[in-house]
Design a protein around this ligand. Structure first.
Ligand code: NAD
Ligand code: 6OD
Length: 488
């Protein structure tokens, strides 16, 4: 039986209390292995190891030396590509083609790109005249924040973890990562790469466990942690913000979404269908940026609904290694219950179920997996739970609109503000609408195109702060102003 251990100070260790939890393959419900849960002693040890690394060789390295090591990590992930792929697929059940094109290459790229960003960051400099008419020079030093806690979700495990660990290490911090309890494997495996490429012990630590009363809470409340970067549900984000308040810790919050797509009648229909197919159904709808609300100009409403139905009905569920399979299971039976409760609510609230709404018929060997059907609804009021709440499944509700103002008003009418897509061939309208949407990211005629130098994050209840490119440097470094008075 596979054992997944904590990675502390460069070594794999079991929790002292001997507590373990199951790592389940969502494809068929089989047991992958047992995960060692970290308790308070392991969190203390991980934070102490991170602090010692900052005070030791890691803290003394030049930017150039760190950059070289981070290139090494990127190459190390690429060298062990198949190991990462296998681990990610076993934990998530996502199709081989998705993990091999998105998750694992981005895991490597996140180290290379942020290494490049820190190499090129300019420093602020101001020359001033003092009250006694002399000159003083001001410059800003960027220093690491210190020990950064990285708390991760399960939907894109390696990608989203390295999206934080890459810039944190590039800026000279040391990290303690808590991967999701559903997907512990790639974070643990990355420890091997860190050792292989010579990242000093204690710079990268991994502790496994849950949130409240477990590793997540022990880490976010630890006095030795200077900053917390979190990706996950909005409700969890609130709990972590409360924990962080007591210790005045810096926080970056990437939270939930209920993202709209607005389709105008002049849109290129192929671009619309390519965009919606990916944004509604990719990764079985478990992408924070995914579209769960589609607003369509009334004159093409029936056509778009029909095309969405056709797309949904051609999608084939299947085992990750089945190259014809378009989508995998949801992450867990617990998450399936949540998604199915929304499928039930939609029926009770009187939705027209255009397609889906149930569980697909799977071959016997996959019947234990957490499968759901791709689903499209129409006919619900904008106030319904289906239109207001994040479901995080392969589903969307489609609503008609008559005017640009009405589309923007409905798109903005949820507590969330993460991402949106606008489909139109009228370039002026596209810019105008993008500027009016209350979101952190807006794609036009596309979805989830990512240049990692650009700001990423949500507004309203979808998050606080931006990461990406120099914006990550803002979070992962502390600026220190040095003022030098030139004496005669
Ligand atoms: P989650 O909030 O349930 O868990 C995320 C992590 O937080 C896990 O590691 C969990 O163990 C930990 N955690 C839970 N309670 C905690 C606590 N009190 N203290 C410390 N840690 C705690 O989220 P999830 O179900 O893993 O992921 C899905 C959610 O993540 C969705 O809401 C999705 O929209 C969101 N998400 C957002 C982004 C973004 O960039 N905005 C990206 C991906 C996912
Ligand atoms: O691409 C990224 O950097 C990113 N943060 C994606 C988030 C996806 C959410 O599920």
């Amino acid at each position: 039986m596979k054992q997944i251990l904590n990675f502390i100070n460069g070594a794999y260790v079991a929790g002292q209390a001997g507590k373990t939890f199951k790592n389940i393959n969502p494809v068929d419900g089989s047991l992958i292995g047992m995960v060692s849960e970290a308790g308070q002693p392991e969190i203390d040890a991980a934070v102490a190891a991170a602090r010692a690394a900052l005070e030791g060789p890691w803290g003394k390295m030049s930017i150039a030396q760190r950059v070289d090591l981070l290139y090494g990590v990127a190459n190390g992930i690429t060298r062990r590509f198949d190991d990462f792929l296998e681990a990610e697929i076993a934990d998530t059940g996502k199709p081989h083609h998705l993990a091999s094109h998105l998750d694992i290459p981005r895991g490597a790229a996140n180290f290379k790109i942020f290494a490049d960003v820190v190499k090129n960051v300019p420093n602020e400099f101001f020359e001033m005249t003092t009250p006694d008419n002399k000159t003083a020079l001001n410059y800003a030093l960027r220093r690491p924040k210190g020990v950064v806690a990285v708390i991760c979700p399960w939907n894109l495990p390696l990608l989203l973890m390295t999206w934080k660990v890459g810039p944190a290490l590039a800026c000279g911090n040391a990290v303690v990562v808590k991967p999701s309890e559903e997907t512990p494997s790639t974070a643990a495996l990355l420890g091997e790469v860190m050792n292989e490429v010579g990242i000093p012990a204690g710079v990268y630590n991994v502790v496994h466990g849950f949130g409240p009363g477990s590793a997540g809470e022990f880490l976010t409340t630890h006095p030795g942690v200077n900053a917390i970067t979190f990706t996950g549900e909005t409700r969890t984000g609130s709990a972590i913000l409360r924990a962080a308040a007591d210790g005045i810790k810096a926080t970056s919050m990437e939270l939930g979404g209920k993202n709209p797509a607005i389709v105008f009648a002049d849109a290129d229909m192929d671009a619309v269908m390519v965009g919606l197919k990916r944004s509604v159904f990719e990764n079985t709808g478990q992408v924070c940026l995914g579209t769960e609300r589609v607003y369509v100009e009334r004159k093409i409403f029936d056509k778009v609904v029909q095309r969405l139905k056709e797309v949904a009905e051609t999608l084939k569920p299947g085992h990750p290694n089945d190259h014809d399979a378009d989508f995998g299971p949801l992450i867990s039976q617990e998450h399936r219950e949540k998604v199915m409760s929304y499928y039930q609510q939609a029926k009770e609230q009187g939705a027209t179920v255009v397609t889906g709404g149930g569980v697909p018929k799977m071959p016997k060997e996959l019947e234990g997996g957490s499968w759901v059907e791709p689903t499209v609804w129409t006919g619900l009021p904008e106030t319904s739970s289906i239109v207001q709440q994040e479901i995080f499944g392969p589903c969307c509700h489609v609503t008609p609109f008559d005017t640009e103002d009405e589309a923007v008003r409905m798109a903005n009418a949820t507590p969330y503000g993460l991402a949106a897509s606008v489909y139109s061939s009228d370039i002026n309208r596209a810019h105008r609408v993008a500027a009016r949407l209350e979101v952190g990211l807006c794609w036009v005629n596309s979805w989830f195109l990512r240049d990692l130098r650009t700001p990423f994050g949500g507004s309203k209840m979808s998050g606080i702060g931006r990461e990406g490119g120099v914006h990550s440097l803002e979070f992962y470094t502390e600026l220190r102003n040095v003022c030098v008075k030139l004496l005669d």
